[in-house]
Design a protein around this ligand. Structure first.
Ligand SMILES: NC(=O)c1ccc[n+]([C@@H]2O[C@H](COP(=O)([O-])OP(=O)(O)OC[C@H]3O[C@@H](n4cnc5c(N)ncnc54)[C@H](OP(=O)(O)O)[C@@H]3O)[C@@H](O)[C@H]2O)c1
Length: 330
């Protein structure tokens, strides 16, 4: 099969397009013929390497997968269209779960074929194309989980960082469908106009305005009920500042760095809640598919690259010029 093989950590140049042996079926697993795989920031972390996180080389990236089954099992027939739920439970309860194609020993979907546990197979909703369905298993699922954790009510204010990214754009779509008032933050005029187009009520250019001042202006000095933060070190202090009493900081990432400075008195005196989110459950994924159908929400696709051009897809994500999901097509 053809695959993008990672033999060492490094820049996008380490992503090499190769012909390698097909995976051999093993007990409890099934082979999926991959049709497309969305790119996530996780792929970039794994490609570059993170101190303390180990993978075995050669490794294949890709955790956001849609395809068809090479063999049938249970209620699934051979050839059935499926998506792959990417989370692998860690047997040690003190350690976080891992991801197929991420920091785990499971190869991912930057390949024509992938072997995954049968328990990770989910029927592909027929109201989405393969490209759309592959884009939902990671950032969309995480956002769904984050919004459940926010417990926002109709009319509440929510602040969403990185409006153009996979997580940010999904959060705008879902928050609007839940009738929340959305303040989105992004970094240039083109992204501002697209953020408004997909429903943000207010969009702040973080390069031109003071985010805290703008949030207070638009919420009439009340602050927001919740913040969707996937940026980490750079944004946590601001997120905490703009939350109203009893507000929720819901976090899933650390794009700008892992160590944030937190003003502890602000957290307890405003009775804030800080809630971590790691993906979501398989049943949340299915619930989210149905919600998207009911609300007629389609994922935002920025661009589609062929598998052999995975390095260009990574460069696009790292250039931060994308808006929505970047997808690799086999
Ligand atoms: N915990 C989980 O289960 C989970 C699941 C999915 C993703 N994540 C994490 O969530 C993060 C986002 O993922 P993604 O796939 O959406 O990535 P992405 O598409 O690359 O989006 C990243 C966004 O971060 C914003 N950003 C970068 N530096 C910033 C800064 N200094 N201040 C404010 N905004 C900044 C950028 O927006 P602008 O420059 O336009 O403002 C960009 O849109 C990643 O760290 C990823 O690992 C975690």
């Amino acid at each position: 099969m053809k695959a993008i093989v990672l033999r060492k950590h490094g820049n996008p140049g380490v992503l090499s397009f190769k012909k390698i042996a097909n995976p051999k079926p093993k007990k409890g697993h099934v082979i999926v013929k991959v049709s497309c795989c969305a790119v996530n920031h996780l792929d970039i972390w794994v490609r570059k390497g993170i101190p303390g996180k180990k993978i075995t080389f050669p490794h294949i990236l890709g955790c956001d997968i849609c395809g068809s089954l090479k063999q049938g099992f249970g209620n699934f027939r051979k050839g059935a269209k499926v998506v792959v739920y990417p989370v692998l439970e860690n047997p040690d309860p003190l350690l976080p779960s891992t991801m197929i194609g991420g920091f785990s020993n499971y190869n991912g979907g930057y390949a024509e074929l992938i072997q995954v546990p049968k328990s990770n197979i989910v029927k592909k909703p027929n109201w989405f194309s393969d490209i759309e369905a592959c884009a939902l298993n990671v950032s969309y699922l995480t956002v769904w989980n984050m919004l459940e954790k926010c417990q926002c009510q109709k009319g509440d204010w929510i602040l969403i960082w990185g409006a153009n990214g996979g997580v940010g754009s999904a959060a705008i779509l879902f928050a609007k469908a839940m009738q929340l008032k959305v303040i989105a933050v992004t970094s240039n005029a083109k992204k501002i106009s697209k953020s408004k187009k997909i429903g943000a009520d207010v969009v702040i250019d973080r390069n031109k305005s003071n985010v805290v001042t703008q949030v207070l202006k638009h919420t009439k000095k009340q602050g927001v009920n919740a913040v969707i933060d996937h940026v980490g070190a750079k944004t946590w202090p601001l997120s905490i500042q703009v939350l109203k009493e009893g507000g929720r900081l819901v976090v899933c990432g650390q794009t700008s760095g892992p160590k944030a400075i937190v003003d502890v008195p602000t957290v307890y005196s405003k009775e804030l809640e800080i809630l971590g989110t790691y993906m979501g459950t398989k049943s949340q994924l299915i619930k989210m598919h149905k919600f998207m159908r009911t609300k007629k929400i389609r994922p935002i696709i920025d661009s589609i690259f062929s598998l052999r051009d995975a390095s260009f897809a990574h460069k696009r994500m790292e250039s931060n010029n994308h808006f929505g999901k970047i997808v690799l097509k086999m």
